[in-house]
Ligand binder design. Structure first.
Ligand code: AP5
Length: 181
């Protein structure tokens, strides 16, 4: 499954809760990149500036990271992706990876939250890439490059939309209902 939504919509929060319940890994590309930055690896050094500016890391780099992660044993029985895909080419790459594993997506959940709430939540979190400027840029990137995925998954009959404005447990209940889990 894929969790889709603007920055701060609660994808990571819900992915962690649902993954625990379903016994599958929550795979957050944002967390993987932040770990690489913290470790000072070549990958981390190459993406740090892009992340701090709120821009998207290039599709080729992301394809490599996700391909390797989905080949790990714990992802064989299913996974919840949080933060990938984020562009139409990334969605195509995910389809290719899954086809290579004789697997397919079951569902894509879109968590919808109004923009002022998104900014408030991200600012309250105080992550190093959560400056107001970077948050605004992430929202612009989301509108331009990620929102087209809503239509992409609608036409494939995979999209389920959920109101993400309530409390964490209310949103978990709504996502669970949408996924019938
Ligand atoms: P990433 O970490 O994916 O950032 P994001 O999309 O901006 O997502 P966030 O982690 O900010 O939000 P979220 O929706 O997970 O919400 P969360 O649960 O944390 O990516 C960071 C960067 O990495 C990108 O900018 C890009 O540079 C790069 N990157 C990553 N993936 C990429 C890709 N595929 N392609 C290219 N580049 C990529 O919640 C937010 C806050 O709200 C938390 O404090 C939480 O506690 C709180 N909260 C959550 N739910 C609720 C609720 N219901 N009520 C009140 N508070 C809540």
């Amino acid at each position: 499954m894929v969790l889709l939504g603007a920055p701060g919509s609660g994808k990571g929060t819900q992915a962690a809760i649902l993954a625990g319940r379903l016994g599958v890994p929550a795979i957050s590309t944002g967390d993987m990149l932040r770990q690489a930055v913290a470790a000072g690896s070549a990958l981390g050094r190459s993406v740090e500036g892009t992340m701090m500016r709120g821009k998207l890391v290039d599709d080729a780099t992301m394809a490599e990271i996700v391909r390797r992660r989905l080949e790990e044993d714990d992802a064989r029985r299913g996974f919840l992706l949080d933060g990938y895909p984020r562009t139409v080419p990334q969605a195509g790459t995910l389809e290719e990876i899954l086809a290579g594993q004789q697997a397919r997506l079951d569902a894509v959940v879109l968590i919808e939250v109004p923009e002022p709430v998104l900014v408030e939540r991200a600012l309250a979190r105080k992550r190093s890439d959560d400056t107001e400027e970077a948050i605004r840029e992430r929202l612009v990137e989301y509108g331009k490059k990620t929102e087209p995925l809503v239509r992409y998954y609608q036409v494939r009959s995979l999209l389920r939309e959920v109101d993400g404005e309530g409390s964490v447990s209310e949103v978990t209940a709504a996502v669970s209902a949408a996924l019938e889990v």
